[in-house]
Design a protein around this ligand. Structure first.
Ligand SMILES: *Cc1c(COP(=O)(O)O)cnc(C)c1O
Length: 475
């Protein structure tokens, strides 16, 4: 399997090459040259297998022969060993055809662990083979940061710089990052929004001299390996409920479009998905796009679901690439319009084709709170505000897609204890932190505050990593 850039102007690469990089040299995102398609029998055969075995089968075509099978097995087993549920990604039934897919059983309590525990180990393996120091740079709206830090803490000759928007993540999210004291972890609170953080990370990857001399590696979902790992739980959940012999609707709380794009990838690989519902909070660029065909930036509003406080969704570029018949030049011109004019409009054909598979819904703060309260009342269940956005969206668009028999699976993207204030506000109950982080509020924090200025960030990285170290001259 090789990977091509969404902007059509970069040479194809292998999995091991994209793993330790970020953006393609033309500024685009890597996508598989062709989708591996699973036959119905192959999908049926996934039913009842352990999660790790489903991982191995789904990701094998993407990795090809770049990692030996026995090494890959060890990496996959290791990646999910610290999850606190034997099923890894269990389903919880809400009503006759409505289900929650619980994706918060990893070490940092959000779905990001499902990909980052794997990605951290894949990166470590590749780094050891190449022998070079690598520098991870990532932007976080709250959950990617802690998941990446947990996956990379203490790794030999790997330094991780994680940018989060200052005062715009929950206190639990911040502490999960800033209380990690290993010397290779560098937390930066940026005086700006997540979109500012993500734009600076992309700018650093786009500056080839900087990116190459420091061995910059992405842990955001611009790294294809993240998306790849997230495809797995769509298959895992659907086969448990009868795929490939039934259709499914997935409802996905969305910010950067990585998770729902993984659902799209599962669909392209042969999973019978009848609808993907994009659930956003009031930062609604995607909902506006699906309604109007116009993709236009707006200011970012802080909400009680901060991991989705995003206006420019990176992975949306990957979906557009598909819906424009893989026309890289068209993508490049839309993206430059986004930079210069703040938005663009796609043609009616492209928009209509996307509407066949996607629905979208923006959920207000009041609806989110009401949804948490209703789940507590009706099912005695505390859910986090991101999952609540998903539940609200599922119920709001039900008439549009429901035929009464298609199972609806809502992705539960975080543990309620990550957002205790919002949960308490909605339900009156304050969810307790799980035992392994019950002393989180007593741990000492360590982070630096930097301005929203890419030069300041680069200087900060330079001060902490010497190029000699990167090139392997010093150990
Ligand atoms: C990251 C995140 C999301 C959004 O996922 P994307 O892949 O960025 O669309 C939703 N909910 C939670 C809890 C998250 O951490």
């Amino acid at each position: 399997m090789r990977y091509v850039s969404t902007r059509g102007d970069a040479p194809p690469v292998r999995f091991d090459e994209l793993l330790l990089s970020g953006l393609a040299p033309d500024g685009g995102l890597y996508v598989p040259e062709a989708w591996p398609v699973f036959e119905e029998d192959e999908i049926r055969a996934l039913a009842g297998l352990p999660y790790t075995e489903v991982v191995r089968r789904i990701i094998s075509p993407y990795i090809g022969d770049t990692i030996a099978p026995d090494v890959l097995d060890r990496i996959v087993i290791g990646a999910y060993q610290d999850f606190d549920h034997a099923g890894i990604a269990p389903l919880r039934q809400l009503s006759s055809n409505e289900w929650l897919l619980e994706l918060f059983h990893g070490p940092t309590l959000a779905f990001k662990d499902y990909a980052l525990q794997l990605l951290g180990r894949l990166i470590e393996h590749s780094r050891a083979l190449k022998g070079e120091h690598i520098t991870i740079v990532g932007a976080t709206s709250g959950d990617t940061g802690s998941a990446a830090i947990d996956a990379c803490r203490g790794l030999d000759r790997v330094d991780a710089f994680i940018l989060h928007p200052k005062d715009r993540v929950s206190e639990v999210q911040r502490r999960q990052m800033t209380t990690v004291t290993e010397a290779n972890i560098h937390n930066i609170a940026v005086e700006g929004t997540f979109d500012d953080c993500q734009a600076m990370v992309k700018a650093m990857f786009n500056e080839r001299a900087f990116s190459e001399s420091f061995g910059l590696t992405a842990v955001n979902s611009i790294n294809w390996a993240r998306v790849m790992a997230q495809i797995v739980y769509y298959f895992y959940a659907a086969v448990a409920l009868g795929a490939p012999d039934r259709q499914f609707t997935f409802v996905v709380p969305t910010g950067n479009f990585g998770d729902v794009y993984a659902g799209y990838a599962a669909y392209r690989m042969g999973l019978p998905v009848s609808r993907l519902v994009v659930a956003t909070n009031r930062n609604d660029i995607l909902t506006r796009f699906f309604e109007s065909a116009e993709y236009r930036k707006d200011v970012v509003h802080p909400t009680i679901s901060p991991s989705m406080d995003i206006q420019v969704s990176s992975n949306f570029e990957r979906l557009l690439f598909e819906s424009l018949g893989r026309d890289g030049a068209a993508i490049a011109s839309y993206m430059s319009e986004l930079d210069t004019n703040g938005g663009f409009r796609v043609g009616d054909d492209c928009h209509a084709a996307l509407r066949q598979l996607f629905s979208a819904r923006a959920v207000s703060e009041d609806e989110t709170l009401a949804s948490m309260a209703a789940m507590s009342r009706d099912y005695d269940l505390l859910i986090d505000p991101h999952t609540a956005v998903g539940i609200s969206a599922a119920r709001a668009v039900r008439d549009e897609y429901a035929d009464g028999s298609t199972p609806v699976i809502v992705l539960a993207t975080a543990h309620p204890a990550k957002f205790p204030d919002a949960v308490e506000q909605a339900t009156g109950a304050r969810p307790a932190l799980p035992p392994h982080i019950s002393d989180l509020y007593d741990r000492e924090e360590r982070y630096d505050v930097l301005p929203n200025d890419v030069v300041a960030i680069q200087d900060y990285i330079r001060e902490r990593i010497s190029v000699g170290q990167v090139r392997g001259l010093a150990t």
